[in-house]
Design a protein around this ligand. Structure first.
Ligand code: A3P
Ligand code: MG
Ligand code: MG
Length: 377
């Protein structure tokens, strides 16, 4: 009698029950030296306007303008809610569309030489952020759809059923908290380089400024885009992305235990998001129970790890980057066929490995016909 997994030698190769490929995610498996990560360079940018229309310029870029030296902030983050809130339609499935439009319009002038794009991975920075934090994530799973087209591997997130259910039943307090994050940006940014913030207007979350960058993780060339909160007109190095500033809000902390938990969980997400894009610092506004920000703190991205370096329950940037590199290799090796109508769906739930399923000519196919046809001309 044969044991499980053993097959008669005479069996034809094609009939062997091939084990479904999967990728483990345990942090311990990805310790080791920090992998190569090319300093991200900006290739271009685009904006999304108040109607969420693509604009091929920097019109939505805002300018960092914190309170004058010595002035304590006193920002009411609940001001204007809900009457001056124009939230983006979260039912709209944009996929990679805006980034693909930028790519279509700039594919002729890409640096890296001919064929660079054919060897690259194209995605949103936010998707890479989720990959970086996966070895430490215990709550939210993800699904990433992958298609190969003209050599390039495209990765586009698919909302999981659990995430969709959560979004549709988002409690009112959480909705207001989301607003408050954007309201903070309005207090900290001006529309013009010399201007002052104007918190009297609407908070419209359709508006976004996106940077498009080139980098490389290990052997994987990357072209990705990420939303940028603002640029600092007084930054020591004026060239993007070194001039960019990420804005965040967080609960005011009063005990060492609260700070520890903040370093272990929130700072990991802040680090992953800003490190990928090359944003040198995150400016946090701490809100009190009444929803007012009365203190600010700047966290340099490259110093965030120091807060957990000696914490046995902390995170490690090498683990994050090594896992991401391993996932990209896994995806490159899994998606072999070059076909924009073929999708490999990578799925992950906390506690398990990344698994794969295959789909054709139906959702979650995500490369739009207009893109495929224009690229085929
Ligand atoms: P805070 O993170 O400061 O609360 P970002 O920081 O990435 O620029 O996002 C701006 C704001 O969008 C966030 O501000 C938060 O209010 C909201 N936001 C972003 N990602 C979110 C998510 N996954 N769930 C809920 N709100 C989110
Ligand atoms: Mg933002
Ligand atoms: Mg922000």
């Amino acid at each position: 009698k044969r044991g499980a997994g053993e097959v008669a030698a005479a069996e034809p190769r094609s009939k062997l029950p091939r084990p479904a490929p999967s990728l483990p995610t345990a942090a311990a498996l990805y310790a080791g030296p920090f992998p190569f990560y090319r300093r991200p360079s900006q290739l271009g940018c685009f904006s999304l306007d108040a109607q969420r229309r693509y604009r091929g310029d920097a019109r939505a870029l805002r300018y960092y303008r914190p309170p004058a030296n010595g002035q304590r902030p006193d920002f009411d983050l609940r001001d204007g809610y809900p009457e001056r809130y124009r939230p983006r339609d979260e039912e709209a499935r944009e996929g990679l569309d805006h980034l693909l439009r930028w790519l279509l319009e700039h594919r002729g002038g890409l640096e890296g030489g001919p064929g660079w794009l054919a060897g690259a991975i194209v995605t949103w920075r936010g998707h890479l952020t989720k990959l970086l934090t996966t070895p430490y994530e215990r709550q939210e799973g993800w699904q990433l759809a992958a298609s190969r087209f003209q050599g390039t591997l495209y990765l586009s997130e698919v909302e999981t059923p659990a995430a969709r259910a959560q979004r549709l039943s988002r409690p009112p307090l959480l909705r207001e908290l989301m607003y408050m994050g954007y309201k903070f940006e309005q207090y900290m940014c001006a529309d013009k380089p010399g201007g002052s913030p104007d918190p009297s207007g609407e908070v419209n979350t359709n508006v976004a400024f996106c940077s498009v960058l080139r980098s490389r993780l290990g052997s994987h060339p990357l072209l990705f885009s990420g939303e940028v909160d603002c640029t600092d007109p007084q930054a020591p190095s004026p060239e993007p992305p070194a001039c960019y500033v990420e804005l965040k809000t967080s609960k005011e902390m009063h005990s060492p235990a609260q700070w520890r938990s903040f370093y272990r969980h929130k700072l990991l997400k802040w680090w992953a998001q800003s490190f990928l894009l090359g944003v040198p610092s995150v400016v946090a506004g701490f809100r009190n129970p009444e929803g007012f920000v009365c203190s600010l703190k700047t966290f340099p991205t490259m110093q965030m790890f120091e807060h957990v370096r000696n914490d046995r329950d902390g995170w490690n940037p090498s683990v994050c980057m090594n896992f991401c590199a391993a996932f990209l290799s896994f995806a490159q090796n899994t998606v072999v066929q070059d076909d924009p109508r073929l999708v490999h769906l990578f799925s992950w739930e906390p506690g398990g490995p990344v698994t794969v399923s295959v789909h054709r000519d139906a959702p979650p196919v995500f490369l739009p016909t207009w893109y495929v046809e224009a690229m085929t001309q």
